[in-house]
Ligand binder design. Structure first.
Ligand code: NDP
Ligand code: AKG
Ligand code: MG
Length: 737
């Protein structure tokens, strides 16, 4: 599957829609790159690939897979890295279980996911599977900070071809609800580690009897690292959720919960589980013991719960009775009865909140009715950005896409900065007591009194990444002249420590007057005002807001985050080019399987490819790669100018058509350029063949659409079937090879 040579560019093998797109696009990239002596290799970071590589001893030699993620993780720490990274699945437990079952059915003898491991073998399997859960890829590869923005051409296109936007009115009942106390925001403590404090710290739980349990040992804290700790009270969360359900009912709106159970993979599934329990509280009161005996784990969601209780008529009747009493529920898929609380990874806040906001504050209920919704975001650390956005649109009406400016992002994320709730430093308190961070020198850095079930989390941001992030912000501001805002809340412990780095660095650079520092709520209002006036702003944020804002603003401005330029300038000199800012859109696979239409937009891949080739030209002094990259940019422009992005409906041009057009524009640009005569000569006949073949190719692509398509698996499809489905044009294949 994978190659061990040292290719110029590495393209990642991922999952779902982007991987289907690669089956069509990668052969084109390789054909063109080869002509310029640029080699393109692959590394498999798909969920299935990562599962297989975790159990070599269970597999035959032909079935075994190398640990490509670990190899890439090393590569990104070298100046040689040039990686094009497509979005991959960050698996929730239900997704992981489904992937394991699919692989087992394909004949891979891997262990089932042990829900409650007891034997050593089960504990070992569980530990290996836990390492694959959630956002297990991005933090390993992101050895640099994030530069995400809309390329000028993409922004111009959106202004000239505005997507649909729902209307916002002042009487909308849509709102954001958050805890007033007891959340992560309320309890945060932060400090910057001094030289005397540096070294391996420990996280300990001290029971009310004084007994100490080490939760985490050898937690390396370097001098200069901003280290924070906080917790969410389980009792406060439960009463908040009960009130939010009652409040939604009183408002006559829909209940919707928005979390990031994939990235915040320890904390947020627990919060999700509390919501399932709150929603079904009377059922748990009455049937608690039975539900436990059935192995119900609310963190896996209502879908899993319903599967387990399906045979018990009493419990099912109790669930129905509660549902009748509850407010309307925001649905993921009302046709299929999939609720907001079914699977923790179905409603991911960075994509879900912008979708509600873009729709004018609307969601869909179980009956398929559109309506206002109570957006429940328990923790206040970042909920204010959505609250303020909603307030802004209620007061001013929806954003005018044709005139709006753009919010770019410079995000602190290198070396696992601010990986809240996802590290092996997040714990559910085992009992009442204290959780504390004890430094190498014996000093206690942070301590919190907790009750059983409280969710305690710690995280870090290291000095070199913070300084690099400020440099990147200075660069982007200098290159654009835009308004530039550090989204930092001086009243929040973590942000206050970052501000101690930011202020002196800006002053030392003599640029303090060009930057503002504002709390997220104020920064949201200011940025929306700026783009409403047609101007641009740079949001300089930590990791979580990087994630949230690079969906929020693109989805409002461009209709999707798929079209974002997403560059990670690796701190050791290499380049990581992410494709778009969004994910892998599971419903796109479903559409392909049912109707053989793939609406995945590869604009993110097109942009990343151009950047990767230009980077190769500079870093390896490869002039031909530069010519190839410049021509790829012309092709990207051609896709936009000529409206060749995929359509959403079966029977209309899809992802495969857009790849044909990209290849054609790319070949034409290469044939037309005057910088490299050999390349021009090589591509002239290819450009001609692609133009001459247009009618046949488009007809062959169109004929393929309509009937169901078999790709031989969801998480681990067959390479042959995938290629057959994604490359249905014999005429095009003959040219590409
Ligand atoms: N960098 C990464 O590796 C990331 C991975 N993910 C993973 O992706 C999965 C889905 O996450 P979710 O939060 O739903 O976010 P997505 O970004 O996948 O989906 C949100 C919506 O955005 C639209 N969309 C996103 N990308 C494209 C594209 N290239 N072409 C066309 N439409 C696009 C689709 O909306 P519509 O069809 O309505 O137009 C889609 O339903 C999860 O497994 C998650 O872990 C998520 C984010 C980043
Ligand atoms: O790593 C993940 O799970 C998702 C990352 C993401 O959403 C992003 O980087 O925008
Ligand atoms: Mg995101």
């Amino acid at each position: 599957m994978t190659e061990n040579s040292n290719p110029d560019i590495l393209y990642t093998i991922v999952d779902e829609a982007p991987e289907l797109a690669s089956a069509s696009f990668l052969p084109i990239i390789r054909k063109f790159a080869a002509a310029a002596d640029v080699s393109v290799g692959t590394k498999d970071i798909s969920l299935a690939g990562r599962i297989l590589s975790a159990f070599p001893e269970n597999l035959s030699p032909e079935q075994r897979q190398t640990d490509d993620l670990a190899e890439l993780g090393e590569l990104v720490k070298t100046p040689d890295a040039n990686v094009i990274k497509l979005p991959n699945i960050s698996a929730s437990v239900p997704q992981l279980v489904a992937a394991i079952e699919e692989l087992q059915a394909q004949g891979y003898d891997i262990p089932s996911y042990p829900e409650e491991p007891t034997t050593d073998a089960e504990k070992d399997a569980r530990a290996r599977y836990d390492g694959l859960k959630g956002s297990a890829v991005n933090p390993v590869l992101r050895e640099g900070n994030s530069d995400r923005r809309a390329a000028r051409a993409v922004k111009n296109y959106a202004q000239n071809n505005p997507h649909s936007m729902g209307a916002w009115t002042g009487d909308s009942k849509t709102k954001v609800s958050s805890m007033a106390e007891g959340d992560f925001y309320a309890n945060e403590k932060a400090a910057t580690i001094t030289a005397a404090q540096a070294g391996d710290a420990k996280i300990e739980f001290v029971g009310t009897d004084g007994a100490v349990t080490v939760l985490k040992d050898g937690w390396s804290l370097e001098a200069g690292t901003v280290a924070d700790a906080t917790f969410m009270s389980a009792a406060a969360l439960s009463s908040f959720l009960a009130e939010a359900i009652a409040d939604t009912k009183a408002d006559g709106t829909m209940f919707s919960l928005h979390l990031k159970a994939t990235m915040m993979k320890v904390s947020d599934p627990i919060i999700f589980g509390h919501a399932v329990k709150a929603w079904l509280a009377p059922v748990f009161d009455k049937f608690g013991a039975e539900l436990e005996a059935l192995g119900v784990n609310t963190n896996s969601g209502m879908g899993d719960l319903l599967d387990r209780v399906a045979g018990n008529a009493d419990i099912m009747a109790a669930i129905e009775a509660v549902t009748a009493e509850r407010p309307a529920m925001y649905m993921v898929d009302s046709d299929k009865g999939i609720t907001n609380l079914h699977v923790p990874s179905d409603v991911i806040i960075d994509a879900s909140m912008p979708a509600v906001i873009r729709a004018g504050g609307k969601g869909w209920d179980a009956a398929g009715n559109k309506g206002d919704t109570n957006c429940v975001i328990p923790d206040r650390c970042y909920a204010t950005i959505y609250d303020e956005t909603i307030n802004f649109f209620k007061a001013n009406g929806a954003l005018d896409v044709t005139t709006a400016g753009s919010v770019a992002n410079v995000g602190l994320m290198a070396q696992k900065a601010e990986e809240y709730g996802s590290h092996p430093t997040t714990f559910e308190a085992p009992a009442a007591g204290t959780i504390r961070v004890v430094l190498a020198n014996g000093e206690t850095l942070h301590a919190h009194s907790v009750e059983a079930g409280d969710i305690w989390r710690a995280c870090t941001a290291k000095q070199a990444p913070i300084e690099n992030w400020i440099e990147l912000a200075l660069d982007r501001q200098r290159l654009t002249g835009s308004e530039a805002i550090f989204w930092l809340d001086e009243n929040r412990a973590h942000d206050a420590e970052l501000i101690k780095y930011v202020k002196p660095a800006l002053e030392a650079a003599g640029k303090a007057d060009l930057f503002q520092i504002m709390a997220p709520r104020e920064a949201t209002a200011q940025s929306l005002k700026t783009i409403t006036a047609g101007k641009d702003s740079i949001a300089i944020t930590g990791n979580v807001l990087r994630d949230y804002l690079t969906d929020l603003f693109p989805i409002l401005e461009l209709g999707t985050s798929a079209k974002m330029l997403s560059i990670v300038k690796l701190m050791q000199g290499g380049g990581l080019f992410e494709t778009g800012a969004g994910g892998s859109a599971p419903k796109h696979v479903q559409q392909l399987v049912e109707q053989n239409h793939l609406r995945w937009d590869s604009m993110g891949e097109f942009c990343a490819l151009g950047e990767s080739l230009k980077f190769l030209a500079d870093s390896k002094d490869n002039a031909k790669a530069g010519v190839l990259g410049a021509a790829a940019e012309v092709a990207t422009q051609g896709i936009l100018d000529n409206n060749k992005s995929p359509s959403r409906k079966v029977g209309e041009p899809d992802n495969r058509d857009s790849h044909y057009w990209f290849a054609r524009y790319w070949a034409e640009a290469l044939a037309a350029q005057g910088d490299d005569a050999d390349l021009a000569a090589e591509f002239a006949p290819i450009a001609k063949a692609l133009a001459d073949g247009e009618e046949a190719i488009l007809a062959e692509l169109a004929t393929a659409q309509g009937p169901a398509a078999d790709i031989g698996g969801y998480f681990h499809p067959s390479a042959e079937l995938k290629a057959k489905v994604m490359r249905p044009s014999g005429t095009l294949n003959a040219i590409i090879g």
